[in-house]
Write a protein that binds this ligand. Structure first.
Ligand code: SAM
Length: 201
């Protein structure tokens, strides 16, 4: 039986070939930009993008002048796309959110857009993203939520590797248990929930 990991690798390796071009990806890009505009960064911010896909978020921060950038993604094909876009200016690794290959307290900001519903163990994923944040650092997590259990059920049927779509309350609980104080929680572009958490010092 295929594991969640195998299913996600298969799904996203395939999607990587046309991720920048299909209408779903355009919608994801539109919402992602709305989220990224809310991320507070400076030139010296150390930022990690988890589930970086083909590197669109990282490219956004390169253009903002952020110098210390890293990205991880489970799909080697997505990471190859990101490398094509970003060159050697960004540290890129093939890795799962379950075991982020960086020491604790490394980053000022961690971003994660439109990927969380694929992560196999949600609490472990938030714990890992919190672990690599320095005290007072911020996690910006944005993921889809369509209000309707029927649509969520349909998504699970259609997407390989899909685990679960979460509510605001569920995100808040995951953050709290990972030592993150929720400082912002709102809908962005109607169908995405953004939760921002600050790591307690
Ligand atoms: C819908 S894409 C979103 C990509 C990008 N964040 C964006 O907003 O355009 C979801 C990404 O999550 C990655 N992913 C899925 N499971 C993962 C895991 N366990 N660890 C890290 N990345 C994962 C996929 O390979 C894929 O690139």
């Amino acid at each position: 039986m295929a594991t969640n990991r195998d299913a996600n690798i298969r799904f996203f390796d395939r999607w990587s070939w046309f991720y920048d071009y299909d209408p779903v990806s355009w919608w994801l890009r539109w919402v992602q930009r709305k989220v990224l505009k809310q991320v507070v960064v400076g030139e010296k911010t150390r930022l990690l993008d988890v589930g970086c896909g083909p590197g669109r978020a990282l490219w956004f921060f390169v253009k903002k002048g952020v110098k210390i950038l890293a990205g991880i993604d489970l799909s080697s094909k997505m990471v190859a796309r990101a490398k094509g876009r970003l060159g050697n200016s960004v540290i890129l690794k093939v890795a799962s959110v379950d075991k982020i290959p960086f020491p604790k307290n490394t980053f000022d900001v961690v971003t994660n857009t439109e990927a969380f519903h694929h992560f196999p163990v949600p609490q472990r994923a938030v714990n890992e993203m919190s672990r690599v944040l320095r005290p007072n650092g911020k996690l910006y997590l944005a993921d889809i939520n369509f209000f309707s259990k029927t649509i969520h059920w349909l998504f699970k049927k259609l997407e390989l590797g899909h685990v679960k779509i979460y509510s605001k309350k569920e995100f808040a609980e995951l953050f709290l248990k990972a030592g993150l104080k929720v400082v912002v929680q709102r809908r962005v572009g109607l169908f995405v929930i953004l939760t921002v958490g600050k790591k307690l010092a």
